[in-house]
Design a protein around this ligand. Structure first.
Ligand code: FMN
Ligand code: MN
Length: 448
């Protein structure tokens, strides 16, 4: 059994692994904190814990799951087993139900009614053109009014007043489905938001799943996630969360919120969104606020990489038994996939690329490489593109195929040209033999 059960135990684990950057210097919540978190993630250095954001007593943590290395630590598995681990925990047969408890850490401090003030929370303004402070790393907990099952999701929330948040929710989401049922009855939808959680919950919340995503988090930990009823809402909330915000979305109310840095790498438009009226803010003693830098690596890892790699693996493994690895790289915003193949036939890489396109509508560019290419290293993938591709023979295009309507290369309905690249070695064309490779060493054995 692993050691992670809340955010604090995760911080211990990543600290030991050299993946926690503790920043003591006072840092501005407006832009500066996000800039530092994004820089650390881009350089592969891990996550960031800010001890002294300016104007607050509360530390802020960002970048919990912003790389494959961190995802492996969060899932308590080896990097090479990441896709397999996600495949297992996303299988409904692995679901582990929550455990109801009476005591929650976040009940140590409870504010309700007129004492509620969102301005007390250290909510960052992330992107340069964001419309203001947004909660981006909060886990939304709701309940299906028809079946009563729970649901996790991410909904960006812009601060619109001391107890009011804009609540972004796309049309096809489970939360929207629940909200519409309530709206039709003229009733509000109750909502709770957990901030500062076990990364198993953060990862589970990014998945599209037919049941309560907390069951995925239970599968990750091999143990039911402890949950406790809210103070003002009838919702089961993870008992070990750092901070909990409770409230409701009244029917027929909409307000403008945005813009915000979006997953596709550009700023979005203003949205006319439901409004979240806050009825309680609760928190552990010495709470840690958690954020996700929108439009950056962690956003893509949780929303596009971890839940979709197993799906792609299923599709490509169906057309070839020779797959040795697969990655949806975060720098491709979820629109690209890299497949590693021990090919046995010259045409096999192209079939594999076709399978990857059809596995998920967002996947529009597929690069197939040999087992000697590190799929997690962009420089190595680029090496294969430059040294193993004859661009008149090794690529193929599928014009007029359906992609995501927000893909910057697609038209407004998502119609686009998908591209497959066979970047494997073709010894029949020219055989240079073995590639130069200096085995990577563990530098800590030499540099400390
Ligand atoms: C960091 C992050 C932010 C997100 N923000 C939003 C958002 O503001 N609105 C939205 O509708 N979906 C957003 N999503 C997507 C979904 O909330 C999420 O992926 C989830 O699977 C949807 O839950 P559902 O399948 O229960 O509907 C976001 C995803 C991530 C990872
Ligand atoms: Mn759901």
């Amino acid at each position: 059994m692993g050691q992670i059960h809340d955010l604090r135990s995760y911080l211990e684990v990543i600290k030991k692994a050299g993946q926690l950057n503790e920043i003591k210097k006072p840092v501005n919540l407006v832009h500066e904190l996000a800039n530092i978190t994004a820089t650390i993630a881009r350089q592969g250095r891990g996550a960031a814990l800010f001890a002294n954001p300016i104007g607050t007593q509360w530390p802020v943590f960002g970048g919990a799951v912003s790389s494959s290395a961190l995802a492996a630590l969060a899932l308590e598995c080896e990097l090479k087993d990441l896709t397999q681990k996600m495949e297992t925990v996303l299988d409904p047969a692995s679901a582990v139900p929550t455990q109801r408890v009476v005591e929650a850490a976040w009940k140590q401090n409870v504010t309700t009614g007129d004492d509620v003030d969102l301005n007390r929370l250290p909510i960052p303004t992330h992107g340069l053109h964001d419309g203001g402070p947004f909660i981006t790393g909060g886990i939304t907990l709701t309940k299906d009014p028809v079946s009563g099952r729970g649901n996790l999701s991410y909904n960006r929330m812009q601060v619109l007043g001391p107890h009011t948040l804009g609540f972004n929710v796309n049309e096809w989401r489970h939360v929207m489905q629940f909200y519409k049922v309530q709206e039709a009855k003229g009733e509000p939808l109750q909502v709770a938001v957990a901030i500062g959680v076990d990364p198993a919950i953060s990862i589970a919340a990014g998945a599209r799943y037919d049941d309560d995503e907390l069951l995925i988090a239970g599968a990750i930990r091999g143990k039911g996630i402890p949950v406790c009823k809210g103070v003002t809402v009838d919702i089961d909330i993870p008992a070990d969360a750092e901070i909990v915000i409770e409230g409701y979305l009244p029917p027929q109310e909409r307000r403008k919120e945005g813009p915000l840095a979006e997953f596709h790498g550009f700023y979005g438009e203003l949205w006319n969104s439901p409004v979240f009226h806050v009825t309680a803010i609760c928190y552990r003693n010495n709470p840690i606020f958690q954020t996700i830098v929108p439009g950056e690596f962690e956003h893509i890892y949780i929303g596009n990489v971890l839940p979709r790699e197993p799906l792609l693996m299923r599709f490509v493994s169906h057309v070839s038994k020779n797959i040795t690895g697969l990655h949806i790289p975060p720098y491709g915003n979820g629109f690209a996939a890299i497949v590693q193949l021990e090919k046995s036939n010259p045409g096999e890489p192209k079939n594999v690329a076709m399978a990857a396109f059809t596995a998920h509508v967002n996947i529009a560019k597929v690069i197939v490489v040999d087992p000697d290419v590190n799929i997690y290293d962009p420089a190595d993938v680029m090496w294969a593109l430059i040294n193993r591709v004859d661009w008149s023979q090794d690529i193929f295009m599928v014009p007029g195929s359906q992609g995501h309507e927000m893909d910057p290369t697609a038209d407004e309905r998502g119609v686009q040209t998908k591209l497959g690249i066979d970047a494997t070695n073709k010894p029949e064309r020219r055989d240079y033999g073995e590639r130069i490779r200096y085995p990577e060493v563990d530098l800590s054995d030499y540099l400390s």
